[in-house]
Design a protein around this ligand. Structure first.
Ligand SMILES: [Zn+2]
Length: 309
C-alpha cells in the first residue's frame, strides 16, 4: 500500500548493494542506530534506495492539521499543540506517506530548524514559529546528498536532533520544541574528496557502494531500470508481492526490537573492541549493540530477501 502519487522504484528490485540496503533497513527498524552514511560512486542508487525504502514502509497515522505529523497513539511524543488539543478533544488523524526530506546544500540554519518570529512575539505577544525541514522529516527520512559539502555545525546539529528525537529552537529567551524523530541518511561521492573523519565518527553506520563490475549484475540493473522507466505502474505491480513481504518483516522487527535481549558476551565484545580502539565516550558501544540487536534479525531478513529474488 502506498499513498505516494508518483510510482517509486521498488526497494526489493534494487540489484545487489546488499550492505547499503541492510544498513538502511537496520536504521528504519531502529532509528536510534544514528543514521547511515553511504559513500560511493554517482549513479549507484543511493537516493533511489532512500526513497524506495520510505515508500515501502506502511503509511503513518498522523494527527490531522499537525505541522509535525504527530502520531496520535504515542502520547509522550506529541507536540505542544497536539498535547493541548488532546486534553479537550479526540485528535482526528489520517494516513500519510512516510516523508523523505532532501537537505539542500547551502541551506540556512533557520530553514533547517525552523524560524521564530521575534518581532511578532514582542509586538503581539504570540509565539510565531515557522517549522523547518526537521519538522517535515519527523517520523521519516532526512537525506543529505554530498554530506561532505555540508557545514560541520549543521551536520552536528542534525545528528544531535536525530539522536534526541526533539528539535529545540531558542532565540532571545523564547523557545519552541517539537518532535523530530527521523532516520538520517548522508551520501558522499569519492569525486568530492575523502570523507572527513568527523563525519565518519558521527554517523551510526557507514557503508561503501560501488558501481557493479560484474557483467550479469550490471545487465540486471539496466534491465530493471529500463523496465521501470517504460511502464512504472506495471513494474511496481510486478514487485508488489516482494515489497509486501519485506514490509511485513520490517514491521515485525520493529515490534520485536523491544524484547530482544543481548547476551552479556556481545556487550563485552563491543566494549572490548571500543576500548581497544580508544573511542571517545560510549556512543560507539551503544551503536554497536543496537546494530547487533538488529543483526539478530539479519538471517531472518535475508530469508525474506531470498524469497523475493
Ligand atoms: Zn502535533
Amino acid at each position: 500500500m502506498t499513498l505516494t502519487a508518483r510510482p517509486v522504484f521498488p526497494f526489493s528490485a534494487i540489484v545487489a548493494q546488499e550492505e547499503m540496503k541492510l544498513a538502511m533497513i537496520a536504521a528504519a527498524v531502529d532509528p536510534a542506530i544514528g543514521g547511515v552514511l553511504v559513500f560511493g560512486d554517482r549513479g549507484t542508487g543511493k537516493s533511489t534506495a532512500v526513497r524506495a525504502l520510505a515508500a515501502l514502509l506502511p503509511p503513518m497515522n498522523a494527527v490531522t492539521g499537525c505541522r509535525y505529523s504527530c502520531d496520535p497513539e504515542v502520547s509522550d511524543a506529541l507536540c505542544e499543540d497536539c498535547r493541548t488539543r488532546a486534553k479537550t478533544e479526540t485528535l482526528k488523524h489520517k494516513l500519510v506517506p512516510v516523508p523523505v526530506v532532501d537537505m539542500p546544500l547551502g541551506v540556512t540554519e533557520d530553514r533547517v530548524v525552523g524560524a521564530l518570529d521575534l518581532e511578532r512575539a514582542l509586538s503581539q505577544g504570540v509565539k510565531a514559529f515557522e517549522p523547518g525541514l526537521l519538522a517535515r522529516a519527523n517520523r521519516g527520512f532526512l537525506y543529505i546528498d554530498e554530506v561532505n559539502l555540508l557545514e560541520d555545525h549543521l551536520v552536528d546539529l542534525l545528528i544531535d536532533v536525530a539522536a534526541s528525537g526533539e528539535n529545540v529552537v531558542e532565540r532571545e529567551g523564547l523557545s519552541v520544541r517539537h518532535p523530530a524523530r527521523f532516520v538520517l541518511v548522508g551520501s558522499g561521492n569519492p569525486e568530492e574528496g575523502e570523507l572527513r573523519p568527523q563525519l565518519l565518527d558521527r554517523f551510526g553506520l557507514s557503508v561503501e557502494v560501488k558501481t557493479p563490475t560484474e557483467l550479469t549484475e550490471r545487465i540486471e540493473v539496466i534491465k530493471r531500470r529500463d523496465e521501470f522507466e517504460r511502464d512504472k505502474a506495471a513494474f511496481v505491480l510486478k514487485w508488489k508481492k516482494s515489497e509486501d513481504a519485506l514490509r511485513r518483516k520490517i514491521v515485525a522487527a520493529r515490534k520485536r526490537l523491544a524484547v530482544i535481549e543481548l547476551p552479556d558476551a556481545v556487550l563485552e565484545s563491543a566494549t572490548k573492541l571500543c576500548m581497544h580502539l580508544g573511542t571517545d565516550g560510549l556512543r560507539a558501544e551503544l551503536t554497536l549493540i543496537r546494530a547487533a540487536r538488529f543483526a539478530f534479525f539479519k538471517s531472518w531478513i535475508s530469508s525474506a530477501r531470498s524469497s523475493i529474488e
